[in-house]
Design a binder for this molecule. Structure first.
Ligand SMILES: Cc1ncc(COP(=O)(O)O)c(C=O)c1O
Length: 345
């Protein structure tokens, strides 16, 4: 039988049997009217977990980030974000297109931007020529840098600098529990340093859809209106929120298994001569250069896929592999055997 090993992303995870059972029996209502008990339970649980007043269930990470930007800013504001952040590169320019804000890119080559880059990009409202900076967005863990998690000391230092400049801070915490699993710390060490956090339920946490956006009650009140404006007001969404509850309660506790498998994957790839990107801290992602024998990254992606290993050509010769609930240690070993054969062709 052909192998079917999907390392493209942790978004390929499917709901667990327990999630499917919870979805089938979920108590539901009209969430736009605030009547869905399962959505309300998810929102209360999320807010409690991160130590914030309130939370909002949104359709996706992209919607959570955009809703936060809309609720934090006015049109014409400046917003600082990493030049390699998901919000900058992979969210269709929604911040500019829908919120009308002017992005100032920060150097985030190693994940979290530096205090110096924040200081030097900041534009005060006092200068008539500039879009005044009002918001900083951060990403932890940081996808493009290789899934690097920021530790809470560095994170608080950066957030503290932004606060001292009077900025609001939004955290794209799509994979914040990977950072928490890595450092074995508490999510509050990050969430309490920011004004809002978006957490994806549909990535390593295995829910079929959805994110939670958390913040103050006043902020979430505004975000609720923007969610509706973006078409994200759903009705009996407790069906999906039931899986989200299991994601947040239970699935976050197993993420270190993915990290061990990613470390093994990186070691085995290095062992067969693959040029793996070194990162200071490995979570669930491995990036490497396309093997010289193939050179063309799209061809490498297609050839591996034909052999039953799916991975992602990520541009400029970079290949990404992500470990998740559907990948165990034998899957990692089998994938590397196949990559070795493909690379030798
Ligand atoms: C860091 C990060 N933020 C946000 C998102 C957006 O999430 P979604 O695909 O649910 O819109 C992703 C998606 O992969 C991501 O990697």
């Amino acid at each position: 039988m052909k192998d079917n090993l999907d390392f493209r992303s942790d978004t390929v995870t499917k709901p667990t049997d327990e999630m499917r059972r919870a979805m089938a029996s979920a108590d539901v209502g009209d969430d736009v009217l605030g009547d869905d008990p399962t959505v309300n339970e998810l929102q209360d649980y999320a807010a409690g977990l991160v130590g914030m007043e309130s939370a909002l269930y949104v359709c996706s990470g992209t919607m959570g980030n955009l809703t936060a930007i809309l609720a934090h800013t006015q049109r014409g504001d400046g917003i600082m974000m990493g030049a390699k952040s998901h919000t900058w590169i992979n969210e269709c320019g929604g911040a500019a297109g829908f919120a009308g804000v002017m992005p100032y890119p920060l150097d985030d080559e190693t994940g979290i931007p530096t205090v110096e880059s924040i200081r030097s990009s900041f534009q005060s409202s006092g200068n008539v020529h500039h879009a005044p900076t009002t918001l900083l967005t951060l990403e932890n863990t940081h996808n493009r840098s290789g899934g690097i998690p920021a530790d809470s000391e560095t994170f608080s230092l950066v957030a503290g600098e932004a606060r001292s400049l009077g900025l609001k801070i939004h955290l794209d915490g799509a994979r914040i529990f990977d950072a928490v699993a890595f450092f074995k710390n508490d999510v509050k060490e990050y969430s309490l340093a920011v004004d809002s956090i978006q957490i994806c339920l549909s990535k390593g946490l295995c829910a079929p859809m959805g994110s939670v956006l958390c913040g103050s009650a006043e902020f979430i009140g505004r975000a609720r209106k923007y969610r509706k404006a973006l078409g994200g007001g759903q009705r009996q969404s407790g069906i999906a929120a039931a899986a989200g509850l299991i994601a947040l309660r239970d699935m976050r506790k197993r993420l270190s298994e993915d990290h061990s498998n990613a470390a093994l994957l990186a070691d085995l790839l290095l062992g067969i001569g693959i040029d793996v990107e070194p990162v200071p801290r490995r979570t669930n992602m491995v990036y490497f250069r396309t093997p010289p024998a193939i050179r063309d990254e799209a061809l490498f992606e297609r050839t591996c896929a034909k052999r039953g290993v799916r991975l992602l050509a990520s541009g400029k010769g970079r290949i990404r592999m992500v470990t998740h609930f559907g990948i165990d240690e034998p899957s990692v070993r089998r994938a590397v055997d196949i990559i070795k054969e493909v690379s030798a062709q």
